[in-house]
Design a protein around this ligand. Structure first.
Ligand SMILES: *Cc1c(COP(=O)(O)O)cnc(C)c1O
Length: 375
C-alpha cells in the first residue's frame, strides 16, 4: 500500500544509543539504558516502581503472577480488547468475566461492572482504548470496597490522562506497550508499573527469573539465589537504548500525532454530523494521546466497502477487535451474556492511517477518499 496503516520511524538518537549500548559491553537486561527508561516513567508519571519488560503482554503476565490467582478466581475484563489482556490471566487459571463496552465509547461500561463482581472476583482490568481514559474513580472505589486489585491495561495510553492523573499511575498495577504500532515504540517492549508498594519487592524477583539478583547487586542481600517463581521478562539493553531515544522525543512525537488526529477529526466531523458514521467521543475527564483515529460505520457491510475503496486508492485501513467473549477460544467458556456494544465496535469500527511520518498531503488523500465514499 502506498499509505500504510502504521510505519515505525526513527525520531532521534536511536542508532547512536544502540551503538553506545554495544560499546558499554552490557547487552543483556537491567543495564544503564533500562534504568534510564524506568526512571523516565517513575519521574514523569509518578509511578512508584517501573520495570521494563519484553512486551506489554509480558507486563500483563507479571501482573497476573503477582495476584497469586487460585483456580476459580475471576477477573473482569472488557470483551473489546486485544487477546493479551485476557490471556495473561487465563494462563494463571482465572475465569474471565467479560464486560461490555459503553454505548458512547469502546471502553468498558463502568456502570455495569458492579453487577459482575462475585465472591470469586480478584481483579478488574480497565483497558484505555485509543489512549482514552476509562472512568477510573468509580473503578478504584469499587475495587476498594470489594478488596480487588486494579490493573490498568495502559498499552495504548502513554502520555494520556484521567483528569490530571497520568494513565498507568492510578491502578495498583499497570502495563504499557512499546510494540511497533504504539506511539512510542521499541519494536517489541513493555513496562510494568507498580503503584502499590505491597507488590514491589516480589515484582522485581519475578522479573529476574525468580531470583533475588537485583537486590544482590544493590548489596541488600549476601547470597544470590532462587527465591520464588519467575521468568525471563527483561528486554535486552539494545531495546532499552532504542526506547530511551524515543522517550526523549516524546513531546515531538505526541505533537505530531495529536495534530494528525485533530486534522482527521475536524475534516470528518461534518460527515459525522450528517449521520454518515460516528467519530470518537471524548469524555470530559479524558485527555488522550492521539493513538488511534477511528470511525464507526453504520454496519459491517459499509465498513468493508469503505476499506475496499481506501485499498483501491493505495491506503491501508484496518479494523479490530474480534470480541473475546465470542472468540473461538472463549465462546464455550463465556457465561452467555450478550455484549451488544462490544459487538457493534467489533463489526463497525475502522482505524485510519496515523503514524509519525504521515505527511499532510497523504492524510488529505485519506480524507478525500472517505469524503468521496460517503458523497
Ligand atoms: C498492544 C496491546 C497489548 C499487548 O502489547 P504487546 O507489547 O504487543 O505485547 C495489550 N493490550 C492492548 C490493549 C494493546 O493495545
Amino acid at each position: 500500500m502506498r499509505i500504510p496503516f502504521n510505519k515505525p520511524a526513527l525520531a532521534g538518537r536511536e542508532l547512536e544509543y544502540i551503538q553506545q549500548a554495544v560499546s558499554n559491553g552490557h547487552l543483556s537486561g537491567n543495564g544503564a539504558f533500562t534504568r534510564q527508561c524506568q526512571t523516565f516513567f517513575e519521574h514523569r508519571y509518578g509511578i512508584q516502581k517501573a520495570l521494563l519488560t519484553t512486551s506489554g503482554t509480558a507486563a500483563l503476565e507479571m501482573a497476573a503472577l503477582l495476584l497469586d490467582l487460585q483456580p476459580g478466581d475471576e477477573v473482569i475484563i472488557p470483551s473489546f480488547t486485544f487477546t493479551s489482556t485476557a490471556n495473561a490471566f487465563v494462563l494463571r487459571g482465572a475465569r474471565i468475566v467479560f464486560a461490555d463496552s459503553s454505548a458512547s465509547h469502546p471502553n468498558m461500561a463502568v456502570g455495569q461492572v458492579a453487577a459482575l463482581i462475585t465472591r470469586r472476583t480478584r481483579a478488574i482490568v480497565p483497558v484505555h482504548y485509543a489512549g482514552v481514559a476509562c472512568d477510573m474513580a468509580p473503578i478504584m472505589a469499587l475495587a476498594e470496597h470489594h478488596g480487588l486489585v486494579v490493573i490498568e491495561d495502559a498499552a495504548q495510553a502513554i502520555e494520556s490522562f484521567y483528569l490530571d492523573r497520568p494513565l498507568g499511575s492510578i491502578g495498583h498495577l499497570a502495563a504499557f506497550s512499546f510494540h511497533e504500532t504504539k506511539n512510542i515504540s521499541a519494536g517489541e517492549g513493555g513496562l510494568l508499573a507498580i503503584n502499590d508498594p505491597r507488590f514491589a519487592a516480589r515484582a522485581e524477583i519475578l522479573w529476574e527469573k525468580g531470583t533475588n539478583r537485583a537486590a544482590f547487586f544493590r548489596g541488600e542481600t549476601a547470597r544470590y539465589q532462587w527465591v520464588d517463581v519467575g521468568s525471563s521478562f527483561l528486554p535486552p539493553e539494545l531495546t532499552a537504548a532504542y526506547l530511551l531515544a524515543q522517550l526523549e522525543q516524546l513531546a515531538v512525537i505526541q505533537q505530531q500525532r495529536l495534530r494528525q488526529w485533530n486534522r482527521y477529526y475536524a475534516a470528518l466531523l461534518p460527515l459525522a454530523q450528517a449521520g454518515c458514521f460516528a467519530v470518537p467521543t471524548l469524555p470530559d475527564y479524558a485527555r488522550h494521546n492521539g493513538h488511534i483515529f477511528y470511525l464507526i460505520c453504520a454496519d459491517r457491510t459499509q465498513r468493508q466497502a469503505l476499506i475496499q475503496q481506501l485499498a483501491a486508492a493505495g491506503i491501508l485501513a484496518v479494523f479490530h477487535y474480534q470480541t473475546l467473549h465470542n472468540s473461538t477460544f472463549y465462546r464455550a467458556k463465556h457465561d452467555g451474556r450478550d455484549l451488544p456494544h462490544a459487538t457493534r465496535y467489533d463489526q463497525c469500527l475502522v482505524r485510519l492511517p496515523l503514524y509519525y511520518e504521515l505527511t499532510e498531503a497523504d492524510q488529505q488523500t485519506v480524507i478525500d477518499v472517505v469524503r468521496t465514499f460517503f458523497a
